[in-house]
Write a protein that binds this ligand. Sequence first.
Ligand SMILES: Cc1ncc(COP(=O)(O)O)c(C=O)c1O
Length: 449
Amino acid sequence: MRTFPNPSFTGDSADISRLVAEVRCGEVPPYTPSPSRANRALADLLTRDPGRLDPAAPDSVFATGPRPETGQPVPFLPRERLLTRDEQRTAAECFARVLAGGELTSGPAVTEFEDALADFLGVPHVVGTGSGTDALVVALEAVGVGHGDEVIMPANSFAATENAVWARGATPVLVDVDPDRHTLDPALVEAAVGPRTRAILPVHLYGRLADVPALVQVARRHGLRVVEDACQAIGVTGVGKYTDAAVLSFNPYKNFGLTGKAGAVVTRDDELAARARRFSYHGFDPKRKNVKEGGYGLNARMDNSTAAVGLGLLPRLTLRNYRRAFLARRYLDGCAELAANGSVLLPAFEPDHAWHLFGVRVTAGRAARDSIRAHMRSTGRVETDIYYPVLTHRQQTPLHRELFGQVVLPRTEHLHETVLHLPLHNDLSLAEQDRVIEALHAAVRATVR
Ligand SMILES: Cc1ncc(COP(=O)(O)O)c(C=O)c1O
């Protein structure tokens, strides 16, 4: 088995792309991480011990372990493995320190975490919140979205995106997506701008950035604000750098999952950051205890205990994203034959992508997609999933029927009917991944042709 000696490794993007290429023993486009403290931590690890990048090394940075037997299920996202054992130890130590001191809600770790994350992301301000949902509500308030406004967003997202708009007394306007990116199509966004439009809320679905430069152009032309829902895209270059604000989630299922609900607003704008801080904690002046500066606000600040865990785990973030990029690349290689014969469509490999979810599109349509999932589950014993099972405009509530009953989004609907998601998590072992690839091949053979 190969090892990967690289004594001159410095951790810059050229070095990392070389390493990725070596690990794959093949051609890979350059990996372009943002220059940050967390990347330096990865660089340190790899400089110290580059052999750990070898998937076959006993202390590999990739999850190792025996190949699961065919009868043994490969779960989609096993809860007990959201943090690796090593990460669980770090998290427990961080939490125990806070617990002993009793500063469980507010405390110094919040600011320290915010500063460290700002450094990681290369943006001036991070405001830690109680969840990604809180961060969306706070960011929308901070950019001035309020009662009677409209916010343009996609229909394929977690409910938090639309709920944040409702929470501001505003109305979501659903716009179709670019079929390759699965994210807002800027031309259609522009066509949907009306007199009440206040903001654009793109979602970086599955960890791939929406076309932010084009959306910012549209916003400039019409005097709109842009808030990025980057809950699935932490670590991707440029998040929060070109828009009014970006929103992150650290819930345990995310790339940078912590030990409970948490999120953040990220912004370059001093005033917007101050407003977000105020609104996320009862409208209080952050420097004067229990003295209001804003009319009202929420109890939506990040807990000190979660922030302490975040600080402990932040140096692992780049490694986690790196693992995901590696596994995504491996899925693409493993499924290339299915793409070549036209059975599936695969996402293009982009190294600067959080690879929060790995989607495969079944070209034969919804019935074939559902049969493949069923075959993978029953015969292959591999769990897959669909994100998200119900599109926003197809939710069956009186509100949704009344407002979106007539809405048709052909591309979003087509993607939704044909996509399935394969297991891709921090602790997915290469042996498990091989089982997934084999199960997909067998299911396609059995159902599509
Ligand atoms: C796209 C998207 N937006 C918003 C959220 C909400 O984040 P949280 O669960 O931290 O409230 C999530 C995560 O669940 C998400 O995936």
